[in-house]
Each structure stands twice: as structure tokens, then as C-alpha cells.
Ligand binder design. Structure first.
Ligand code: SAH
Length: 221
């Protein structure tokens, strides 16, 4: 048996009931997309955190993942994924801030290809291995600075940014395909507005999706 999928975590924390409870909570907080709710139900979040925190993995809360970073709250991952996929057309998604790869794992089975950039190489190494063990292969990773995007594979039909900045980086807007969608927390440290940007060919349209608190998109890393 695959050791990651095997019985390391107690039955209580991985049981269908525990996951269903989380899904019902997200539904009651306004997540409507069955595709997204299914993904939240099926991705084993306890495998993305330290064993010591595994019993809390299906709580709707952010948790530390080392290096001063966090795994995002399931509601926020669901909200961002739903906003990205609503009317999404195309194949390629750029993700900035891979972290432990939870958001990546939620998104990977429902899009064709993800390009994911993370500034902490050590985090990325572990994440690559974790996603392989979960049989996720349609993700290309790169250690680097998300402020610059990943020009090589641009334009992207969707861009999802898991770290906050005062403005949407110009380079990311440049790499968003016409008709594409970008989701990102925008605002000062501590409190940001989750923001949807749509590339409407002749202009960009921004809409607020609600208040969030993300770690910063570190400049010039
Ligand atoms: N996507 C993760 C959350 C990651 S937290 C999840 O699913 O839970 C945000 C991540 O953004 C951290 O891993 C952090 O190292 C990374 N990050 C911060 N600034 C960055 C930058 N300029 N470029 C790339 N990654 C960055």
C-alpha cells in the first residue's frame, strides 16, 4: 500500500464523515460549485500538514507549514477556485505561491495544466514529491519570484495568487490571456480583499469577493 495513502493518520481524521462536515460547512458559507466541493472532499488535506497537526486538517482554518508560511483555509481555497473556474475557458493556469501544494491539488484534476511558482525551494521540493505520491502529474513547478510570473508559458487562461500585495503585479496582468481570470488577495498586511480580475479584451475589470488575510507576496525574491 502507498505509505502516504495508507493508515498513518487515524481513521477519525480521514473519515468520510469528517470531510463531509467540512464540505457542508463550506456549502453553508456560500460555496456553490459541486466541482469544487467534490475536490475539497477528495483531496486528503491531512497529508499536506505536519503529522502533529493532521487531526486539525479538516477544520476550516489555516495551519502552519513551516518557513513562516501557511496552508490556506479550505473556505478560501474553495472560494478562489470557484471564482477562477466560473466561466473558465481554456487550459493553462499559472499559480503563484505553491506552498504545500494543497490549492494545486484541488485545482489540478479539473484543469489541463498548471504552472506553479514558489520562492522557497525547500518547500517546493517536498511539495513536488507529495503531489507525485497523489498521482498528480499535470503540474510544472519553478522556484522563483512570482512578481515576474512565468513568461515562458504565457499567456495563461487563469492566474491564482496565494499571497497578498497592495496591487496586482503588472507582469501578471501582462501574462493573462484575453478572456482570462485572475484571483488574488489585494491590500495591506493583515487584511486584504480577495479580488477577481477579468481580462475583457479592451480592459481589466476588478470585483471584490470578500475579506481575507494572506501571507505577503514577498517582493523581489
Ligand atoms: N497555496 C498554498 C498556500 C501558500 S502560502 C496552499 O494551498 O495552502 C503562500 C506561499 O507563497 C508561500 O509558500 C510563500 O513562500 C509563497 N510566496 C510568497 N512570496 C512569493 C513570491 N514573490 N514568489 C513566489 N512565491 C511566493
Amino acid at each position: 500500500m502507498n505509505s502516504l495513502r495508507g493508515g498513518i493518520a487515524g481513521i477519525g481524521m480521514t473519515s468520510a464523515r469528517t470531510r463531509d462536515r467540512l464540505v457542508e460547512r463550506l456549502r453553508s458559507h456560500g460555496i456553490r460549485s459541486e466541482i469544487v466541493l467534490n475536490q475539497i472532499r477528495s483531496v486528503p488535506r491531512h497529508l499536506f500538514v505536519d503529522e502533529a497537526l493532521a487531526s486539525r486538517a479538516y477544520e476550516d482554518t489555516a495551519l502552519p507549514i513551516g518557513h513562516g508560511q501557511t496552508i490556506s483555509q479550505p473556505y478560501v481555497v474553495a472560494k478562489m477556485t470557484e471564482a477562477l473556474l466560473d466561466g473558465f475557458e481554456g487550459e493553462k493556469v499559472l499559480e503563484i505561491g505553491t506552498g504545500c501544494g494543497y490549492q494545486t491539488a484541488v485545482l489540478a484534476p479539473v484543469v489541463k495544466k498548471i504552472y506553479s511558482v514558489e520562492r522557497i525551494p525547500e518547500l517546493l521540493r517536498k511539495t513536488k514529491q507529495r503531489l507525485r505520491e497523489l498521482d498528480i502529474y499535470n503540474v510544472q513547478f519553478r522556484p522563483g519570484d512570482g512578481w515576474a510570473g512565468w513568461p515562458k508559458y504565457a499567456p495563461y487562461d487563469g492566474i491564482i495568487v496565494a499571497a497578498a500585495a497592495q496591487v496586482v503585479p503588472d507582469k501578471l496582468l501582462e501574462q493573462l490571456a484575453p478572456g482570462g481570470r485572475l484571483v488574488m488577495p489585494v491590500g495591506p498586511p493583515g487584511y486584504q480583499q480577495l479580488t477577481l480580475v477579468r481580462h475583457l479584451h479592451e480592459r481589466f475589470e476588478q470585483s471584490p469577493l470578500g475579506g481575507v488575510s494572506f501571507v505577503p507576496l514577498v517582493p523581489g525574491s
